[in-house]
Design a protein around this ligand. Structure first.
Ligand SMILES: C[S@@+](CC[C@H](N)C(=O)[O-])C[C@H]1O[C@@H](n2cnc3c(N)ncnc32)[C@H](O)[C@@H]1O
Length: 208
């Protein structure tokens, strides 16, 4: 089975448990609040159940589309937020971006999701995000702590696939693609009984 299909299949059994353990404080991280204050039309890549990130964006009344590969995640989002169900759509992130118009949103966010996309697609993903952002638009993403590619187990012992380059690779690649680095923030939270550090960065597509 291809790695993307493996990810799609293995998010199903953990979708509800993953949502139930989500910390609402993720939507209060300073860098997320800062990014949110700069954007008006948003695409989220790997939105899962929508809690708490889509909820924070939609509550502000912004234009929002959240996409996720896994059908159970999208079903959970539509059940949890019936008033916003049209905003959640089942798509693979690279395929979705390929079909979007140039300069169509001014904010793109992806948290804890790109790490499941096979590395062979990472340059295309960040190029497509750049194309789809309006000039002056903002990207908020997490950065991997190390480079890895392979299958293992995680949440409640379920199988999963991860794929990432190093933080240095990701930062250099985004710079070479033309993004401006704006700010970074390291968040520390507990996940499955262990302390986990995540580096988030905001990048901007230059004006003009
Ligand atoms: C760890 S969860 C993170 C969810 C949410 N962003 C958060 O911060 O909690 C990763 C999500 O990314 C989705 N995902 C993984 N690979 C994807 C891809 N290639 N395209 C779209 N969604 C993907 C998974 O289905 C899953 O819902």
């Amino acid at each position: 089975m291809k790695d993307i299909d493996f990810v799609r299949e293995n998010y199903g059994p953990v979708a509800r448990g993953y949502m139930d353990q989500k910390d609402p404080a993720q939507a209060s991280i300073p860098i997320f609040k800062n990014w949110l204050s700069k954007v008006s039309s948003v695409l989220e890549l790997g939105c899962a159940s929508g809690f708490p990130i889509a909820e924070a964006i939609l509550t502000q009344g912004l234009v929002y589309t959240g996409i996720d590969l896994n059908p159970q995640q999208i079903r959970l989002a539509k059940e949890r937020y019936p008033q916003w169900q049209d905003h959640f759509r089942e798509f693979e992130m690279v395929e979705y971006l390929r079909a979007q118009a140039d300069r169509s949103v001014d904010g793109i966010v992806s948290m804890f999701s790109i790490r499941h996309l096979p590395r062979i697609y990472h340059v295309e993903l960040f190029s497509e995000i750049f194309r789809v952002l309006t000039p002056g638009g903002y990207l908020l993403v997490d950065h991997p702590t190390y480079s890895e590619d392979g299958r293992g187990t995680w949440f409640e012992g379920n199988p999963m696939y991860w794929s990432s380059f190093s933080k240095d690779w990701q930062q250099l690649t985004l710079k070479e693609l033309g993004y401006l680095f704006i700010e970074e923030y390291t968040d520390v939270k507990e996940f499955q009984g262990k302390e986990e550090e995540t580096l988030f960065c905001i990048y901007r597509k230059p004006l003009g």
